[in-house]
Design a protein. Sequence first.
Length: 146
Amino acid sequence: MNQLPEVTLFYAAVPTNQISEKGNIIYNNYLFESKQEAIDSGNDYEIATWDIINMLADCGHHFKDKVIVTPQGKFIWTEIYEEDWSGEQILNDCMYRAVGAPVAFSEAVEYHLFWNKGSELLGIVEDAEVFKATLQNSNGDVVVIH
């Protein structure tokens, strides 16, 4: 199996002078592939989290050829295909999932985050091929998924 290079991304959200129709400040989002790039930008930045890389992926910015290292763990771009009525495989969904994690584990994490609005992925760790996700619900309760 080919080993993909690992990268830690850095993110900056810079407010503009523009206001959305709903009255919110519009931000310019920047993603840097090195800390030096982030420093050189002159913007305040942070290490990109799992939430940030998925938010940017929803806007079309993703890395198919790299493992993304975040404070929550290591993630890889995953595309999910399903067969349509004609038998053709079509892209159904895509997102970042924990490197090496079983599909059922990844789906359980995604299901929890989807149905528990405001919940947050704190981290995913793997020990002896057993994955454990720690999540925090909006009320502060911590949930562990194995």
